[in-house]
Every structure is written in structure tokens, then in C-alpha cells.
Design a protein around this ligand. Sequence first.
Ligand code: CU
Length: 350
Amino acid sequence: MFGNEYGMKHQARAALLFGLLSVGCMLDAAAAKRAFEMNIEDTRITLVEKQQFHTFAFAGQVPGPLFYVDEGDDIEVKVNNLTALPHTIHWHGMLQRGSWQMDGVPDVTQEAIKPGDSFTYAFKADPSGTHWYHCHVNVNEHVALRGMWGPFIVKPKKPTPLEQKVTQDHILMLSDWDSKWANKPGFGGLPGDKFDYFTINGRAFPDTEPLRVKKGDVVRLRLIGAGDLVHSVHLHGHAFKIAFKDGFPLANPITADTVLIGPGERYDLIFEADNPGRWMIHDHVDSHTMNGDRPHGGLMAVLEYDEVKRNDSWYPWNKRTPKPNFYYQDSLKKGPGVYTNEAFKGQAIQ
Ligand code: CU
């Protein structure tokens, strides 16, 4: 996804920085310097069908670009605020040892980035695991209603034996929206708000893409609680291992078929695809499987096996062309880098 000007600028910048800092790198041969630049832009996205939302989107997409880096890398991100409101970025999960000024909390670690201004974050990727980033200004609105979040995955130096078996890696960011604020940027996120749309990676069922696997795959689902509500995520037809909590490996993974995930939490589920079929993965809080006032939507997706034909006339996905990389599964196969995603791009709002 780096064939565009945005990406080429980053690569050139990264190469330049790498050149300038090669002496520093020699001191720590394993740590790469990774420098990126990212805009915050007013962007209209579509949650499902006709339900649109005004967002302040990282690189014009919701979720934001995937940061996939190696543990111990030196990360530098220049953030340009092209919107009319102040923002910051908090790198949720990063411990910021010796770099607390990079923690992205307005009035505590920095002055918020004003409209038209830029700020450069620099920190070490530590610890490894499934993390995320989000704005920390007026979070009730900017995170809960304006899509200011994206995945930040740190590849471990020493992967666990279980995660080394993974053949299909997916990211699922869970969110909640209140449609009455959809077209009122700068407002919303108040007590009494009633969430009426629920999404995985910014889309509600039936517009969530199927997760496609084949028999024998070892599948990892990286759940990230990016919204404001608690979700009870249930997978049909399989028992999974809850293998990581907030990026940290569990000494004794828990075998389960349902996991409760709250705001800010991450759980990595790993299971063997050993039961060909078409299976639901969904929130068991039934009121979260609605689109507005209509049931059978919201926080649901289908796990599809390649071995099972999609030709049933009543199956919503029988004629639709899948958008690749909806769960960043293709990007994660490519290895460390920063990946924008066409599947999540919205329309620019002037
Ligand atoms: Cu913000």
C-alpha cells in the first residue's frame, strides 16, 4: 500500500534518517529506526449501508494505518493536524520508558496539536504485542465517535511457541457509535448518549468482511477494544485459546469460546481451523448486534472456510467480492512496516 506519494515520502524519509543515524544503529544492531508521517483529516466514512459518520481520520481512514514494528525499534511519527480541532496521539500499550513526554496526553505530557500544526512523537517500541493508538483530546468524542484509532503491533524478539504456529493473523478493532452525532463534528460524547451502531474495523454486519481461512490454518484474532462499551465476543464451532492479554503472553492460555473485552483491552485468541463450515463470530450482548433500530447487524462477522462453497442463494456473501486485507491479514504477512488500507479509506471533507 506504499505505492502512493504518501508512502514514498515516508520511505525516503526513513532512508534519510537511517543514513543519518547509522552510527547510532551500530551501537544497538537489532534496533531499526522507523520514521513515518501521518495526517489527521476530516473524513466521511460509512459504517453500514447509508449510515455515514464525520470522523477525524488518521491518513483519511478508519481504522488508521497499521503500524507493524519490531520490538525495540526506534519509532518516529510526525503528525500533521489538518482538522479544525486540537488532537494528540497516545500510543496505548507503549511504556515510554524515559520518554514520558511522548505519551500523548494533552495538558499533562504536551500541549495538544493545534489545527494546522505538527508534532513529532519519538519512542521505543516496547513492550511487544497487540497495542493501539488513539487521540487523547476529548476522548468521549474523538475516540468514541470520530474514529481516531488504529492498530499498533509490535513483533516480539522471542515469540511464544503457540504464536509461532500462526498461519492467519487478523486485527479486529471493536467500536460503538451514536448516530445522532454523525454529522456534528465538535459535539457529542455526553452522558446519556445511546450507542446504536457497533462495528468491527469501522464496519457493521453485513458489511464486515468474512474472515477467510482454510482447514489446518492456525488463526490468530487480535481483538482491540477501541470503543466505549464492553463486548462479549463468541466464536461458533471452535474452542480458542486466550493467549495474550494487553499484548502480554499468558503463562497458561485459557481455553474458551467467549471472551469479555472492555474499552482499551486487547485479547489475542488463537485457534486451529479444524471444523470446515460457515461460522459466526459475534458480540453476545444482543443489543450490540443492531444497526440503528434493526436487528441482525452490528458487531458480527462470518468465519468462512475455503472448503465450503459460497453459492447458497440466501447467503449475503454469495455474490460479493471480498475486499482484501480488511483485517490487515495481508499486511501482517508482509512483515514490519506502516500500512495504509484502501478498504478503510473515507471521503475527504473540505
Ligand atoms: Cu482528537
